[in-house]
Design a binder for this molecule. Structure first.
Ligand code: PLP
Length: 384
């Protein structure tokens, strides 16, 4: 039996093929390969979709985080609060700026930063008096927008800026507002596997603050000043290729339909799996997930066996993420220990992400469900 794809990027390409080919050939023929007119067109379209005044595209989502922190001049001696259960680059960008990531536990239901743990960590850092609390990077993990109301209240109380990491959340909603607009600035990634992906690397920063957007535009092009070879600050070389912008313009048109289909696919998983696996994803009222991932929990002790049994039936799974950030070797110097952030650690042992994309057929989805339920039954037998 053929193995299912975890994410079927080829099915999407085949559907959009004529428009993609035309856009690519036009972009190549214009020979304006870097920051060509398609990039400005895309920035306007993205800002319109997300609902911010400004959008600045760049080379990838990690750079987008760096550009936001750079524009705020976040650096040494400052604390930036991040969830411990996320992709590495959320905190990597902080540490590369010389600031200190302070890891926060997650809400076990939403997998997002836990406002209670966040409040505690902010007060601890203030009491210790070594670092100046500066920013929060909440993450829309697996596509679900974070608890904006609670986190924004803490940011306001403590005078912190919010940089929303919507690399996975693009398209999601919180109280009618799109992911990417839920903070003083927000970022997304166009890595191919994200909800809105390009055919390589790409990213964007969103904000309503014109001054911040100007700083980010300068910073993405070596701190460019008023003319080309004047540099008024240090920056990055982090522009979006014209070709990627041309592809994204086509894909953004198809995105609302895909987002709707993702809801249908997630709903089918919910109905088939609720009550039959230890935990299915839960979307709080007033929010919409972009379903970057559909992630269930299984018993930690049998997760490996379950994944292996599913793979043997041609059903791929993925573990996002097997190791919390406070336990990563690269952050050993920050002194994180097992037991510090129990919900993040428990999640890292139990999560299992299933194939999830808008081109997943009902028949293939049924195959995923039966492979998972069969594997869980087998694992249950092991437990006696
Ligand atoms: C993918 C991802 C990033 C980084 O995006 P890149 O474009 O790969 O640099 C940052 N944060 C989260 C949560 C991500 O999933």
């Amino acid at each position: 039996m053929d193995s299912l794809p975890f994410m079927d990027l080829r099915a999407q390409y085949l559907k959009l093929e004529p428009a993609i080919t035309r856009a690519l050939l036009d972009a190549v023929a214009s020979a304006r390969f870097i920051l060509g007119p398609e990039v400005g067109e895309l920035e306007a379209a993205l800002a319109g979709y997300v609902g911010t005044r400004e959008c600045v595209c760049c080379a990838n989502g990690t750079d987008a985080l760096t550009l936001g922190l750079l524009a705020w001049d976040v650096g040494p001696g400052e604390a930036v609060f991040c969830p411990a259960f996320t992709f590495f680059s959320t905190a990597e960008a902080v540490a590369l700026r010389g600031a200190t990531p302070v890891f926060v536990d997650i809400d076990p239901v939403t997998y997002n930063i836990d406002p209670v743990s966040l409040g505690e960590r902010i007060r601890e850092v203030k009491a210790a008096g070594k670092l100046r609390p500066r920013a929060i990077i909440p993450v829309d993990l697996f596509g679900l927008p974070y608890d904006y109301g609670a986190v924004a209240a803490l940011a306001e109380e403590h005078g912190l800026v919010i940089l929303e990491d919507a690399a996975q959340g693009f398209g999601g909603l919180y109280g009618g507002r799109r992911a990417g607009s839920l903070g003083h600035a927000g970022i997304t990634s166009f890595f191919p596997a994200k909800p809105l992906g390009c055919y390589g690397d790409g990213g964007a920063v969103f904000t309503d603050n014109d001054e911040l957007a100007d700083l980010i535009r300068s910073a993405r092009a070596h701190g460019a000043g008023g003319h080309r070879y004047e540099h008024v600050r240090l920056g990055l070389n982090s522009r979006l290729d014209t070709i990627q912008a041309a592809i994204l313009l086509v894909k953004l048109k198809a995105f609302p339909g895909e987002l709707e289909t993702r809801q249908i696919v997630a709903g089918r998983y919910d109905r088939a799996l609720s009550g039959r696996v230890p935990s299915v994803p839960s979307v709080p009222g007033g929010r919409l997930s972009s379903w970057a991932q559909y992630t269930v929990r299984v018993p930690a002790a049998s997760r490996e066996a379950i994944a292996r049994s599913m793979a043997a039936q041609g059903v791929p799974t993925a573990i996002y993420y097997p190791k919390c950030l406070h336990l990563q070797p690269a952050f050993a110097g920050l002194g994180g220990c097992p037991g510090d952030l129990p919900e993040a650690e428990r999640a890292s042992g139990e999560v299992l992400s299933l194939p999830m994309h808008p081109y997943l057929t009902e028949a293939d989805q049924a195959r995923v469900v039966s492979a998972l339920l069969g594997a869980l039954d087998g694992a249950g037998g092991d437990r006696g």
